[in-house]
Each structure stands twice: as structure tokens, then as C-alpha cells.
Design a protein around this ligand. Structure first.
Ligand code: FSO
Ligand code: SF4
Length: 576
């Protein structure tokens, strides 16, 4: 096995025996095979669209969902990947038949294996081979030949890493696109872009550093539209987020904890539990759910429980109800709560029940509800014994922030607001991530901070007060990692008012990354020409010093100074 797609990869070089995340070599190989197969299916869909005008909705949805399933901390169940690969080949055959019916032949030049496919054929060819792929064992034999290690040998480390940068960016944007699709928002151009980029990765042009980088920025452009589509999907379904206090103190009664990012699932679960006397709590990246009018109207959306994803073994073990996992990040469960947890959507855990949608998209959460009713829930004594915490406030999406734009602009013009920080992204367990907690201690009081993503859990319950001389809160939580879109809307609107560009605002971006959605957001920022971004706690292992050099030259991308946050703060206050 060889996997280096996330920030916690072993020794910042790659997981080779077992993933730090717990991913087994088998699951790793099956994920590699799925990506290889989906590159073939995406290529065929691109050819079918551009040469025969064929648009297959089933293929479009499958490609994005299958790619999403390979994200870090989404799915650890080998049988699910066997299903995905089988389905990929099935859809390939279906699409090939549609092309044949139109009398269109795939040109031989499109099926020629590139050196980095070796020893495998072009994925278009492999997908259509009638090989028996009955089970995990048979699939693993071929799967092991599709990993990054083989590509590194033929492409070299820099080019192999840049191709992965594109693929990881695609993984992130497919996750966001899949969330939007769950809410009925589809982007025909998004499917076309994803499949064009998958096609590109199997063409001779993908052996050129410049061409791969250009396609990375193209993926960033697509991701910007995807994040906008997802933002619109959320606000048109549930209303624009509004500032909302959220209780961190549980209340007596039966309980369900919802983790992940999927607001559609949260809504369905709230509907199905209405009036049953069960309290629903958010965990991790579900915290922003409390800000949406269409979700906060449910009185049994009772509060938030726990911190960022990496603490889930502590949080889930302490939760006296059932647990619904809508998306990443999920970890191999402890015995203490193995009987209480359920996966949904693209997530999967070996031996854990999985709730599938029916043909209409409806999900029946009865097993989760039944389990919640069997479990004790929070007792009066539990609640009394817990330390009473202050509420936190969520719901500062772009609509809410822009509604106070005149006050923010006045504060900048009168010197009450000297600098704005966007400290967004993911959290994780490594000690270097203490940098983000310490950073806030050095922030002067005449500054504001925008947070988003699970990185917010470093500070979300701290009191930042208001900007002196104003009633503007200093800490504004903009939402999930995909709500980076909101931050970009705010920055762009401020730049317009000050007749400048985002790079000239008194604004610093200090991003913590963990998995591939953060890669997609980074590619979007680079596509928009945003400079001086700090990235930490470590630079991606898949980027060689040569590749990083290109990004530093072009965008002045900076590694976060994790050993000296005070020095970083000083530089950011000087807009460096
Ligand atoms: Fe965090 Fe996990 Fe939202 Fe990520 S929960 S780490 S970038 O999956 O998605 O911020
Ligand atoms: Fe390692 Fe991250 Fe890959 Fe898991 S996803 S195997 S932790 S690099």
C-alpha cells in the first residue's frame, strides 16, 4: 500500500503498511482500483458527451459519489468498494452500448495506455474487459497495480504528485457536488468538467507539468462554482444562516448525535424524529446546522455535543444515544459504541449497519431511532454532573456578514478594525496544530477572525467579545469547510467597496488542511489569484520541493510557522 493523500500521512511521506487513519492495505488498493476504473468511466462519459451528445444522469451521479467514497475518513468497508468497482464497470458497459447504438466508435488514440498505467492497460480498456471480478481476492490482484507507487516510477515524484494534486482536488469538489445533488442542485457543467479532467489524466498531455498545473486551476474554478451551487442549495432549501446561539449542555432525554456534513440527512432525521421525545445533537461539522432557519425551527434540535472529528472516539463513547454518520470524518469505532453507530451515504465501516436511500432518495432512519429509544439517553444526573458551558454562536454566512458590511467598512475606515483573519480548514490531533490555538492569543483586540471548517473547534467556545467601539462580534463562524465560498463572497465585496483586489485588503488567510476537500478549496483560492496564503500544519507530502517552488513563485504560498505563531501573527498584521 502507498497512500499520501491526507495531511496525517506517516512521517509526511506516505502510509505504507496501514493508514494512520486505520485504512487497511486492502481498502487502500480497492480505492486505487476504483479511482483507476472511474478515470476510464469518466473518460468514456467525456467522449460520449463531446462526440455523441450523450448525457447519462446515472453515470454522472455515480462518478461523483464513487470519487467521494475514496476521500480520507469516509469509507473503510472493503465490500463497499467491491460494489463500487463492479458498478463502475457495469455503467461503462451501459455507456459503451449507447455509443455503439449511435454508431460512434472510440478512437484507438483514446484507448492507448500511457506509461503511468503500466502494467495495466488504459482504464477505458480495462473497464470493458470481461474479467471475472467476483470478490475481494480477485479484485485485489489487479488493484495492487493501480496505486501511486507504480505511477511514481514512470512519472517521477514531481509529476506524479501534481497529478495527485489534481485528483485530490477532484475528490474534494466531487464531495461538495454530491452534497448539492442530495438537495436537488445539479450542475451539468460540473459533471462535464469533472469528466473532462478525468479524461485529461489519461492523455499524453498529463505528462507535462505546466498542463497539469493549468488543469489544477481549472479544477479550482469548477470547485468555486460547486461551492456556490452548494451554498445556494443550502440557502434555498433551509434559508440563509442567521446568527444563532447553540447550547453545549445536553438536556435530559433520549438522544441522537449527527456527525458529518450532510444537511439533507439532518433535515430528514429531524422530520422523522419530530414529536417522539428524542433530542437531536450536532457533532463536528454539523454544528452550523443550528444557523439554518429551516433546521433550527425544529425544537428537538437541542444543541451540540463534542469537538472536532479526531475526538470522536471520546465523544461517541460518552454519548448515551445512537449516532448517525452522514459523511466524513469517521473513524473505526470502539467497542463501547459499535452497537450505536450507523453509516449513511458514501460512508462505510466494516460490520456497521448502513442506511441506503430508496429509489426516491428517501432514507428510513428507523434503525437509528429505535436504537436511540433503547439507549438510556441523558439523565437528569448526567446533565447536572456535566460542567455547564456557555453557548456558542454560529450562522455568520455571507448573507449575515454582508448585512453588517456598513459597520465593518466604517470600522476599517475609522481604524477600529485593523485586520481580518480567515483561520479556516480542518482540525487534527497532531501537536503542531496547537499553532492554531496559540495564534489567537496573539491577535490584537482591534482585529476580527472568520472561522470555517472543523478547525474552528480550536477556539469555538472562547469569548472573543466585540470589536472595541462597535457592537460587532470579533469571532464570526462562517460554517463548514465548503462555506469558504461565503468568506470569498465577503472578501470580494469588501474589495469592491475599497476599489481594490482581495490581495490588497487588510486580510490574511491562514489555512489548516487535512483532507482532499481542503485541497479543492486551496485550488479555488489559487485559481482566483489569492496570494500569501499560509498553509499548515505541514505542506502536502505529495508535493515535492520543486512543485512547492512553483506555487511559491506564483502565489507566495507560505508554510505556517508552527513553531512561532507570534512571528506569523506579526507578519500577517504587516499584510505579509
Ligand atoms: Fe473537517 Fe473531516 Fe469539513 Fe474535512 S470533518 S476534516 S476538510 O472532512 O471536511 O472540515
Ligand atoms: Fe494515510 Fe491519510 Fe491515506 Fe489514511 S488517508 S492511509 S492516513 S495518507
Amino acid at each position: 500500500m502507498m497512500c499520501y493523500q491526507c495531511e496525517q500521512t506517516k512521517n509526511n511521506t506516505g502510509c505504507t503498511e496501514i493508514g494512520i487513519c486505520g485504512k487497511t492495505p486492502e481498502v487502500s488498493a480497492l480505492q486505487d482500483l476504483l479511482i483507476y476504473s472511474v478515470k476510464g468511466l469518466g473518460s468514456l462519459a467525456h467522449i460520449a458527451r463531446t462526440s455523441a451528445g450523450i448525457e447519462d444522469a446515472e453515470v454522472n451521479t455515480f462518478v461523483n459519489g464513487a470519487i467521494f467514497s475514496t476521500l480520507t475518513n469516509v469509507n473503510f468497508a472493503d465490500d463497499r468498494f467491491v460494489e463500487f468497482v463492479t458498478e463502475s464497470r457495469h455503467l461503462h458497459a451501459k455507456l459503451a452500448a449507447q455509443l455503439a447504438a449511435k454508431g460512434v466508435q472510440v478512437p484507438a488514440s483514446e484507448t492507448a495506455a500511457q506509461p503511468w498505467h503500466a502494467p495495466m492497460p488504459h482504464p477505458l480498456v480495462w473497464n470493458s474487459q470481461p474479467a471475472a471480478l467476483g470478490g475481494v481476492g480477485a479484485m485485489l490482484e489487479v488493484a495492487e497495480q493501480t496505486g501511486i507507487a507504480a505511477r511514481q516510477k514512470t512519472l517521477g515524484l514531481t509529476l506524479a504528485g501534481l497529478q495527485e494534486l489534481l485528483m485530490y482536488g477532484l475528490k474534494g469538489l466531487c464531495a461538495y457536488a454530491h452534497h448539492a445533488e442530495a438537495l436537488g442542485h445539479r450542475g451539468p457543467k460540473v459533471y462535464a468538467d469533472v469528466q473532462e479532467l478525468l479524461h485529461f489524466l489519461s492523455t499524453p498531455a498529463a505528462a507535462d507539468v505546466g498542463a497539469v498545473l493549468d488543469h489544477c486551476f481549472q479544477a479550482g474554478a469548477t470547485n468555486f462554482r460547486v461551492m456556490e451551487m452548494l451554498s445556494n442549495a443550502h440557502s434555498s432549501t433551509f434559508g440563509h444562516p442567521v446568527p444563532t446561539p447553540v447550547s453545549l449542555n445536553p438536556i435530559p432525554g433520549k438522544a441522537i448525535l449527527v456527525t458529518g456534513h450532510d444537511m439533507h440527512d439532518m433535515h430528514m432525521l429531524l422530520e422523522q424524529t419530530a414529536g417522539m421525545g428524542i433530542n437531536v445533537y450536532t457533532h463536528g461539522e454539523m454544528l452550523p446546522a443550528h444557523g439554518y432557519p429551516g433546521l433550527k425551527k425544529y425544537p428537538h434540535l437541542a444543541g451540540h455535543f463534542g469537538g472536532a472529528w479526531y475526538r470522536q472516539k471520546i465523544d461517541f463513547a460518552a454519548f448515551p444515544g445512537s449516532i448517525a454518520v452522514t459523511t466524513n470524518c469517521v473513524l473505526d469505532p470502539l467497542t463501547a459504541y459499535k452497537g450505536n453507530i450507523y453509516t449513511i451515504n458514501e460512508t462505510g465501516l466494516s460490520g456497521i449497519p448502513h442506511i441506503k436511500a430508496d429509489a426516491t432518495g428517501h432514507k428510513d432512519f428507523t434503525p437509528i431511532i429505535k436504537r436511540a429509544l433503547e439507549l438510556p439517553g441523558f439523565t437528569e444526573a448526567d446533565c447536572a454532573a456535566r460542567e455547564q458551558k456557555k453557548d456558542v454562536t454560529v450562522g455568520f454566512g455571507h448573507n449575515a456578514v454582508l448585512s453588517v458590511a456598513p459597520q465593518v467598512i466604517d470600522a476599517i475606515q475609522t481604524g477600529k478594525l485593523e485586520h481580518i483573519f480567515l483561520v479556516g480548514g480542518c482540525d487534527g490531533s497532531e501537536p503542531q496544530r496547537k499553532y492554531y490555538s496559540k495564534l489567537y492569543q496573539f491577535m490584537p483586540t482591534n482585529t476580527m477572525v472568520l472561522t470555517l471548517g472543523c478547525g474552528k473547534f480550536r477556539i469555538f467556545d472562547q469569548d472573543f467579545g466585540t470589536l472595541p467601539g462597535t457592537d460587532l462580534p470579533r469571532l464570526l463562524d462562517m460554517g463548514q469547510c465548503n462555506d469558504a465560498y461565503s468568506a470569498l463572497v465577503v472578501a470580494t465585496e469588501l474589495a469592491k467597496v475599497f476599489k481594490t483586489d482581495v490581495n490588497s485588503l487588510p486580510l490574511s488567510l491562514d489555512l489548516s488542511w487535512f483532507e482532499q476537500k481542503a485541497v479543492a478549496v486551496l485550488l479555488t483560492l489559487l485559481h482566483l489569484g489569492v496570494r500569501n496564503i499560509r498553509l499548515g500544519p505541514r505542506l502536502p507530502a505529495f508535493l515535492t520541493p520543486e512543485a512547492v517552488g512553483v506555487l511559491v513563485d506564483k502565489f507566495n504560498l507560505l508554510p505556517a510557522n508552527v513553531v512561532d505563531p507570534e512571528a506569523d501573527m506579526k507578519m500577517m498584521m504587516e499584510c505579509k
